[in-house]
Structure formats: structure tokens, C-alpha cells
Design a protein around this ligand. Sequence first.
Ligand SMILES: [Zn+2]
Length: 433
Amino acid sequence: MFVWRRRVFDRSDDYNWDNAMTPLPIPIDADRFWLRLMAMAEIGKTPGGGVRRLALTDEDRAARDLLSEWFGAVGLRVRVDDLGNMYGRRDGADPDAPPVVIGSHLDTVPTGGRFDGALGVLGALEVVHALNDTGIRTRAPLEVVNWSNEEGARFQPAMLASGVIVGALPLEAAYAARDSTGRTFGDELERIGYRGGAGDRLAQCAAYVELHVEQGPVLERAGAQIGVVEGIEGISWNRVEVTGRAAHAGPTPMADRRDALVAAARLVLLLRDAAQALERVRLTVGRLQVSPNTINVVPGAVEMSLDVRSPRGDGLDAALRAADQACRQVADLDGVTVRRAEFWRSPATPFAERVVEAVASAASRRGYTTKRLWAGAGHDAKYVADRFPAGMIFVPSAGGLSHNEQEWTAPEDCVRGATVLLDTALALAGIVV
Ligand SMILES: [Zn+2]
């Protein structure tokens, strides 16, 4: 039996679980949650056991229709904004309070898994359902969100809709984004019937919390059940041009060569060493274009990509300084010229301390093992954090696999994640009992 005591928390940040005497812990219905996850995974199901549900396709429409039906069944008031973001609202006791927003995305990459995105949306839906079952009323309203086109697999850039909401991207650019067949985001949104009004956008938000699979091996390796995400790492994308001299592979003596590929190979290794010498920095060369790329010609030029990631504010710049040092070293050793140019940067985004601490204390009160970490991939929470207090909850990905049909998160991990989401949302929204 639960012990009830009437109390209104008028400030979410002074909420204290120990004094609350609220009907806790509220359970997540594990079977219902799992059935919904698996039912959603049927839409766009691939023969390999994954999901292909690209943004604004017929599959995405079917997923949205099903979500809309589920929103209605738990009494959420549904609205759709001009980017196709879907919101389901559960009123709070204070009609003027800005909502606590929970959710994620339902679109996937072409050979995606069943949990990336869907876990956060359906976990949020389950939170509302569990509150309904228990008869809990919150002070602030709760809103469940499904963001459009998070993956960027069909329309670039990724996180396009949340980007427009926070003003990082103009609406016209989003509407004009084209897929590989030339269809635009705006037209496809219209076609699937999910173009709502600008007045329906998320305008106020007390806090945003996103439950997501980790997509990496850190939690599993650490034996931690819940990842308390402290922020999203900064990313810098660079183009590196190594220019030597093309020459005949036969008559040109080894000592006379200015081989751009030999220099590039050396640079790849030096960049790896540089990253290892720095703290919490990752440097990746993922693409090489060798010119002229012919069997009997000493390579004259190589264009390389360089992806730099770091959670620290000054981490990207420190890594790029080390990269430039490596470029100079290679230029001296191999008689080539090396030029590096950054063409895109997304700075490191720390999450709001209040939200991060709410996640950490929700997890520890349930007795779950936790690990603090930074997200190495982009998420809508990154853009939301530019404007509103935001945070994320991670649960383990088996083998660290994601963006893969074999992606797997165990049912008990899904339930633990939704449970932390529930307690975090309650702590932030405040309870009226
Ligand atoms: Zn995702």
C-alpha cells in the first residue's frame, strides 16, 4: 500500500524525495512497454531483424499514426508543428507552468535497430501511462515529443527539426532539404499529412529529458545500468590536403619521390599518436582520396577527412593544434605540403546541472549502478540544450552496437531507463498528491 500526503511542490528544484511521502516507487509496466517497442519495430522491419524507417516515408507516417493512436489512448492531447514534430500533452496542476518535455525520435537509418530513438519516445509514453495508472498529478504539464528527421539519413542535416525550433537552422532551409531522389522535406511533410502550424512548436520548456540507447560499449564494459549523460561532445570536421608530386613508378628513384600517400599514411599514424597523448580527445581519418589512384604512378595528392571529438570546451582547439603539429612534421619529413581546413564545427554542449543531477539521483534512489559520460553522437537534446535546460539518460547497447540491425538493449535495461525517466520527470515537474 502507498502512503499519501497532500503536498504541492511549487519549485521543482527543491523537491526532496525523502520528505515527500509520495506513492513511490511507481512501477513501469515492463510487458506493456516491451510490447509497444516490438510493435513499433514491426513498422519498417527488415529481414535482418532491424528497422528501415526513413524520415517522412510511408513507414514514418505509419509509425506516427500508431504513436498518435497511443497518445490518444493514454489521454494525451496531440499537436503537430510546422516541422512535423509531434507533441502529446498531459496537463499539470499549474496551467501556467512550462512543461517538462520527454521523448526522442522514431525515424531510423536505412539499416537501423529497434531501440535507437523509439526507446525514448515509447519510454516517455510509458511514463505517462504509469502516472495515469497510479493517479499521480504533476504540478507542471508533461509533454511527450517525437522529433522529425533526427537521423539525417534521408534529409541533411541531422536533427533538422529541433535545429529549426531553437533557431540554429532557418525553416526555409529545412523545407528545401532534398533526399537523393530530389524530393524535399517540405513536400514530403505535406504528403504524409504531418505539416502542422508554427504556433504549435515547443515554445516553453521547463526541462527536456531524452532516454536513449548508449550506442557505444562504455556502460556495458563498466557494468553500469544507467548512463548519466553530462553533455554532448564537440565535433570538428576538417579537410586535409596532402600535395606531393605525381611521378612514374619505374624510373623515379625512391629518394627522389614526394609521395603524397606515404606522407598521408604517416600523418594518419601521427594523428592517432597525438590523440592518445591528449586527454578525452578522438581523432579519426575516415576517408582518403588518392590521386591519380593508379598502379604505376607515385601518388601526387591525397585528400583526407579528419573528424575531431572532445567533451571539453577547449578540447577541439587543443586537438587541432596537435593535428597541425603532425601536419608540419609530415611536410618536413616527406617533402610535401599539407593544408588543413575546418568546414564544420559543433561545439561541446554541457547539459544543465539541475537535469543531470535529477537523473543521477533518480537512478541512485532506485539502486541502479551508474556511470557519468558524454554523448559522442548527436541527439536532438543537443539543440534543445541551446535554449532550454536539457539532459539525457543512457542505457547499455549490447556489444556497443547501434545503427545496425543487430542493435539490442535487454528488456530489463529498457525498463530501468524508463523508470529513471519517470522519476526524473516527476522530480522536475513536481508532484501534487
Ligand atoms: Zn537516436
